[in-house]
Ligand binder design. Structure first.
Ligand code: OGA
Ligand code: NI
Length: 357
């Protein structure tokens, strides 16, 4: 696969459509893919459960408490592929500061933002679509994408210098704190697989990290479109900072889409496709999507923590047995991420591309 240099058609910023009377055709999903925003028959949260909320302070407690916390993470990964964490060690001031300054970025005049317009070559900068398929039905969201790690690929020319409050240092500290948190979760996941604590650390190598700030403008007809179509995250794991006043994220559970109720101060963690491959599907990445609403915009920040671009990723030898043969073939993350970049969000279909033939 070759990476396209340019978008297949002119980019329209979704933000410029927020006050339109109707959703333009390009954003209208086929009826079977539309969100059911008034589900008369849907199951109540009491019947489906809700995302586990895990207190990571338990990891610094006594042996029994530590063990229970690790088990809670492991169970959440198996049952949901998603969980919320509190006492995660990331400074609340930094989380709030990041939300404020990045919201201010999206409120800048269009000309200021356009200076950072991205291309499918690296996706870095101000973007309004994933995937390069001409004529694709698009999602109701704009975003800003930045590479944070390894440091050698950081390109500060792509980092916004406006608004003045958006300091590079703040985004960098946020990235560092989240990398630390991912380091802790990597250890917990390795140990709960029955492997040594450093297993995922070795498999990831010098990790990659990037930040996508998602901006979902309000939408005149939210029942016709999606802020982000169903997908699993292609990388290792994702830590999401959302707006606890505005819901929007939905996680697939069987045939249902469960709306996440963000706990104030919490971060949402989910397993990506690379951990599914490395664990031979003991831990699975789970589909999720974003619904939008007519009343208000929503901002979220997805921190993607990934294996090194160039290391081969394949099921761990320790987890492959005659009864559990390898479910995936070997691919580097650099090769794998092209599926998402070329095809855009498409449920869990990308993982099918690495099934052995
Ligand atoms: C993502 C994602 C969810 C959200 O960026 O991959 O799933 O709530 N975002 O914005
Ligand atoms: Ni996602």
């Amino acid at each position: 696969m070759e990476v396209a240099e340019e978008w297949p058609e002119p980019i329209v910023r979704v933000q410029t459509l927020a006050d339109a009377e109707a959703v333009p055709e390009r954003y209208i999903k086929p009826p079977s893919e539309r969100p059911n925003l008034n589900p008369g028959t849907a199951l109540a949260p009491s019947e489906t459960g809700s995302l586990p909320v895990i207190d990571l302070a338990g990891l610094s407690g006594g042996a029994a408490e530590r063990r229970a916390t690790m088990l809670a993470v492991s169970d959440a990964c198996r049952d949901w592929g998603f969980f919320q964490v509190v006492n995660h060690g990331v400074s609340p001031e930094l989380m709030e500061g990041m939300r404020e300054v990045w919201t201010a970025f999206f409120r800048l005049p269009m000309a200021e933002k356009q200076a950072y317009a991205n291309s499918p070559k690296t996706f870095e900068g101000y973007g309004s679509r994933l995937g390069v398929k001409k004529g694709a039905i698009l999602d109701w969201g704009d975003y800003f994408f930045l590479q944070l790690s390894p440091h050698s690929i950081r390109n500060y020319d792509k980092w916004p210098v406006l608004p003045a409050s958006l300091s590079r240092a703040m985004t960098e500290s946020y990235g560092e704190e989240l990398e630390k948190l991912c380091g802790v979760i990597k250890k917990v996941l390795s140990a709960t697989l029955g492997l040594d604590e450093e297993f995922l650390h070795r498999a990831f190598g010098e990790a990659g990290a990037c930040l996508r700030v998602n901006y979902y403008p309000k939408c005149p007809q939210p029942d016709l479109t999606l802020g982000l179509s169903p997908h699993s995250d292609p990388g290792g794991m994702t830590v999401l900072l959302t707006d606890h006043h505005v819901k929007g994220l939905q996680v697939r559970k069987g045939d249902d889409w469960i709306t996440v109720e963000p706990v104030p101060g919490a971060l949402i963690v989910n397993i990506g496709d690379q951990i599914q491959v490395l664990t031979n599907a003991t831990y699975k990445s789970v589909e999720h999507r974003v619904v939008v609403n007519a009343a208000t915009e929503r901002l979220s920040m997805a921190f993607f923590f990934n294996p090194n671009d160039d290391l081969p990723i394949q099921p761990a030898a320790e987890l492959v047995t005659p009864e559990a043969p390898p479910l995936y073939k070997r691919l580097t993350f650099k090769e794998y991420k092209l599926f998402m970049r070329m095809l855009g969000p498409r449920g869990k279909s990308h993982v099918d591309f690495v099934k052995p033939t």
